[in-house]
Design a binder for this molecule. Sequence first.
Ligand SMILES: C[S@@+](CC[C@H](N)C(=O)[O-])C[C@H]1O[C@@H](n2cnc3c(N)ncnc32)[C@H](O)[C@@H]1O
Length: 165
Amino acid sequence: MSRLDSFIRRMTSQKILLEYLVSKVNETEGPVLELGLGNGRTYDHLREIYPNKEIYAFDFVMECHPSCAPDADHMISGDIRDTLAFCEPRIGSKAAFAHVDIGSADPTFDLSIAHWLAPLLDKCMTVGGYILTALPLDLPNYAEEEKPEGIHPGRYHIYRKISEA
Ligand SMILES: C[S@@+](CC[C@H](N)C(=O)[O-])C[C@H]1O[C@@H](n2cnc3c(N)ncnc32)[C@H](O)[C@@H]1O
């Protein structure tokens, strides 16, 4: 498969999965976390599909398209490894949904990200909340949920928090 086809498949899966989770996430109180604002494409989509939720975007710096820049209250700048543990006063409550979009193209670096990210993210999530991630995360107090049809097995993971750790 060409890299173009692979990119299209990944973006299509991401959109299907984000939309698949909306009704489930809306059953739970709490904000949405976008880990990896990047260009702002998925943040902009989250704003469309979650008109009634607060959405907080995380990245080293804000470098997104100007049309989808979060306001100062909703942009948390810095290394997520540093900021995630301290975001609760800003976001006000534990999150109902986290979209993790910070993977790299390097499997070793991805393992390292998954290792520090899982416990930090768990502390930000409310019971009943969902995580959508391309990185497999070791989250013993979560159930891995079924994905909609057509999503390549192993490409994305949906975790739902069952209990506090
Ligand atoms: C694939 S891009 C995100 C794409 C974005 N969701 C979109 O749809 O445009 C990954 C982003 O994650 C950010 N990122 C990766 N690791 C990070 C970390 N440890 N702390 C903060 N930001 C990080 C990168 O700077 C990059 O902007």
